[in-house]
Ligand binder design. Structure first.
Ligand code: ZN
Length: 316
C-alpha cells in the first residue's frame, strides 16, 4: 500500500494507492500556507494521518507531487511559485512519523507516471506527458522510467522557445511555448482579437473584457461557430503544434499524452493538430512505420496522486 499526495496551490489531495495504480481511499484539505512552510508540512501530516488511521500496516512509501522543482535525494522542495517552500525539507517529519521512505516528484512527472501505469499511456514505455493548464508542464518516460535530469530540472518543455523575442514568460525568457499553449496563453491570444472582432460571442460572456474570458468560453464559442473563436483556436493549434513537432523531431516517443484543463477540448484540437504534425514532422515519408501517437490523458487530477504514490513503488 502506498500513499500519494498531490500538493497543490489551493488543496492537498491524497489517497491510498495499490501497486497497480488503483485508488482505494482518498482525502483532501485546503492548503494552508498562512504559517509558511510549517503549516504546509502540517497539512501533509494531516492527510497522511487521516488515511492511515486504523490501517492494518504501515505504507511501503509515501510520495508527494509538488508544483515546482524538487531535490528528491535531499527530501527538499527547491522552489515552487505558489507555495512558501524554498529549499525546505518536507519529508523528514513524515519519515519519522510513518517509518517509510518518502519521495518527492514534480507534479507533471508524477502525472506522467500515473498515466503510464493506469491511464491514457498504459502499456507504453516511451512517453512524453504534457499538461496544458495554467502553465505547460512535461514529464518524460524512457523505457518505463522517469527521466528528470541531472538535478531534477529536466523536461521543462513549456520553456522551449517557439517564437524568439515573443511573449514574456514567467521564467524570464521570451517566446516560451507555455506563453502560447497554456490556458493562459490561449486567453492572451484571444485578447489580441478583441479589437478586430468586437462583435464576437466571446466578449458577451465577460462583459466585454478580453482578459476575463476563460479557455472554456473560447472553445464553447468555437463549437457555436463563432468566427473570432475559430481564428483564435486556429492560432492556438499552430502554437501547440510547433512545440509538439519539436518534441517528435527530438525524441519520437511512442506516445505523447496530453492532460491539463485544455485537454478537455481535445475534440476541437486533435484533428487540426494531427494534420500539421503529419505535414511538418521531419520523419514523415515512411507511411508504413509506426509514428508517435498523440492521446488524451484519462485520469485528470488522479494522475498526479497515483504517480506520486508510485514514485516510491518504482524506487523501493
Ligand atoms: Zn518560460
Amino acid at each position: 500500500m502506498y500513499i500519494g499526495i498531490d500538493l497543490g496551490g489551493t488543496n492537498i489531495a491524497a489517497a491510498i494507492v495499490d501497486g497497480d495504480g488503483v485508488i482505494h481511499e482518498r482525502t483532501s484539505i485546503r492548503a494552508n500556507s498562512g504559517g509558511g512552510a510549517k503549516t504546509i508540512i502540517d497539512g501533509l501530516m494531516e492527510v497522511s494521518d487521516a488515511l492511515l488511521r486504523g490501517a492494518a500496516s504501515k505504507p511501503c512509501a509515501i510520495g508527494i507531487g509538488v508544483p515546482g522543482t524538487v531535490n528528491d535525494d535531499a527530501g527538499e522542495v527547491v522552489f515552487t511559485p505558489n507555495l512558501p517552500l524554498k529549499n525546505v525539507n518536507v519529508t523528514r517529519e513524515l519519515q519519522e512519523r510513518f517509518g517509510c521512505p518518502v519521495r518527492l516528484g514534480n507534479d507533471a512527472n508524477c502525472a506522467a507516471l500515473g498515466e503510464m501505469v493506469a491511464g491514457g499511456a498504459k502499456g507504453a514505455q516511451d512517453v512524453v506527458f504534457i499538461t496544458l493548464g495554467t502553465g505547460v508542464g512535461g514529464g518524460l518516460i524512457v523505457g518505463g522510467k522517469l527521466i528528470t535530469g541531472v538535478s531534477g530540472g529536466g523536461c521543462e518543455i513549456g520553456h522551449q522557445v517557439i517564437i524568439a523575442g515573443g511573449r514574456k514568460c514567467g521564467c524570464g525568457r521570451s517566446g516560451c511555448w507555455e506563453s502560447y499553449a497554456s490556458a493562459t496563453g490561449l486567453i492572451r491570444t484571444a485578447a489580441e482579437f478583441r479589437d478586430s472582432h468586437p462583435d464576437s460571442l466571446l466578449w458577451e460572456t465577460s462583459g466585454g473584457a478580453a482578459d476575463k474570458i476563460s479557455g472554456k468560453a473560447v472553445f464553447d464559442a468555437y463549437r457555436a461557430g463563432d468566427h473570432a473563436a475559430k481564428l483564435i483556436v486556429g492560432k492556438y493549434v499552430e502554437h501547440l503544434s510547433v512545440g509538439l513537432i519539436n518534441l517528435i523531431n527530438m525524441l519520437e516517443p511512442e506516445l505523447i499524452c496530453v492532460g491539463g484543463g485544455v485537454s478537455y477540448a481535445w475534440d476541437c484540437l486533435a484533428e487540426p493538430v494531427q494534420a500539421i504534425i503529419d505535414a511538418e514532422r521531419f520523419y514523415r515519408f515512411s507511411p508504413n512505420v509506426p509514428h508517435t501517437k498523440i492521446v488524451r490523458a484519462e485520469l485528470g487530477n488522479d494522475a498526479g496522486i497515483i504517480g506520486a504514490a508510485l514514485l516510491g513503488h518504482s524506487l523501493s
